[in-house]
Design a binder for this molecule. Structure first.
Ligand code: NDP
Length: 329
């Protein structure tokens, strides 16, 4: 049963290339469930896997795509039957296991989540790993006391995938959202998602020069890390929490412990890859209710498999706005 896939190859001189090709299902990895993939998406990590950056992909040739949604074609696991709609994110699929940039994929049943009621496979991938992670971040902030009405919540990397979904969810839940962006041209877009304040990236770009700054933010969803996260920590209100999600601006944290000791500030680490099934299911269910679909539509750009090499390079440079949905059918 041949199908189309985007294959990433590594030449003997180390050069990475991508090509659309036809494969047979017996090339797919092991797993109990064969899926007809309908949509995949583009996340920052996909940019790394498409271009070979960061050393995430060790074995070539490789099919990237860290998330996908589609219909079960075959299953030897009692939890799934042909015709069921499913979503996959995480478990290092698309990094160490072949992923969603193909019309067929095989997965372990444990990795799948049934498509939450009310969402289409396209909507599920408009949300994707980025959106799931935003929901996990908001849930973690709430579990640490975040409530609407207590002050502004900051979202860094706001015009990116994680940031866009976080802005929309927080605004829908009644929070006052301040959006940090390095792209002033996205202001209308971010206000449309519900941000009431735009913070230019340069305001938070430099490492902090003092351990505490004016108490400003009651919570933060941080997709950027690095010096920006260090700076944000100095501006958190007493008892406030930062959900540390990403490192689009760097992995080093040039911070002091003073905000933790004198203001009881918390950093909450957010990982979407190894989340247990129940937490995934709960996050997907919340996404189907707490993320307004018209806002989701405003974030989405549609692409084909052939567009991905160019888009993969663009997302690593912070050049992709919102969410890219990949129609692989
Ligand atoms: P995007 O590229 O879509 O978004 C990142 C955004 O960060 C950009 O759009 C840009 O926003 C901002 N940005 C980029 N470079 C810089 C920089 N040098 N300094 C400051 N801001 C910058 O990526 P995603 O939303 O897919 O992912 C965001 C991060 O979250 C990545 O690091 C990714 O690896 C991580 N992630 C982590 C997950 C987890 O499980 N912990 C899951 C998913 C993602 P703007 O233009 O508005 O300034």
């Amino acid at each position: 049963m041949p199908f189309t896939a985007l294959l990433v190859e590594k030449a003997e001189d180390g050069a990475i290339s991508q090509k659309l090709t036809t494969l047979d299902v017996d090339r797919l990895p092991e797993g109990e469930v064969l899926i007809d993939v309908e949509y995949s998406t583009l996340n920052y990590k996909d940019g790394l896997c498409l271009t070979g950056a960061g050393g995430l992909v060790r074995n070539f040739p490789h099919v990237p795509g860290i998330d996908y949604a589609g219909t079960v074609a075959e299953s030897s696991d009692a939890r799934y039957k042909p015709g069921d709609k499913v979503v996959l994110t995480g478990w290092r699929v698309g990094e160490v296991v072949w992923g969603g940039y193909a019309q067929k994929a095989r997965a372990k049943a444990d990795w799948l989540v049934p498509l939450p009621g009310g969402l289409t496979t396209r909507q599920a991938m408009a949300i994707g790993t980025a959106g799931l992670t935003s929901m996990l971040a908001v849930t973690a902030l709430e579990a640490h006391g975040l409530r609407p009405g207590n002050g502004p919540v900051l979202v860094t990397g706001a015009a990116g995938g994680v940031g866009s979904v976080a802005v929309a969810i927080l605004a829908h839940l009644g929070y006052e959202v301040a959006a940090v962006t390095g792209r002033p041209e996205t202001e209308d877009y971010l206000r449309g998602l519900g941000a009431t304040r735009i913070v230019p990236r340069e305001d938070l770009a430099d490492a902090p020069t003092r351990p505490l700054d004016k108490e400003t933010w009651t919570g933060c969803v941080d997709a950027v890390g690095g010096t920006m996260l260090a700076r944000v920590l100095t501006q958190m209100k007493y008892g406030g929490s930062v959900a540390a999600v990403g490192l689009a601006g760097g992995a080093k944290l040039p911070a002091t412990v003073v905000p933790f000791l004198l203001r009881g500030v918390n950093i909450l680490g957010i990982d979407s890859v190894m989340q247990p099934y129940e937490a995934r299911l709960a996050a997907w269910r919340r996404l189907s209710t707490d993320l307004p679909l018209e806002k989701l539509d405003a974030m989405v750009e549609e692409a084909k498999l052939a567009d991905l090499p160019e888009l993969g390079a663009a997302i690593l440079k912070g050049g992709v706005k919102g969410r890219v949905v990949v129609d692989v059918k």
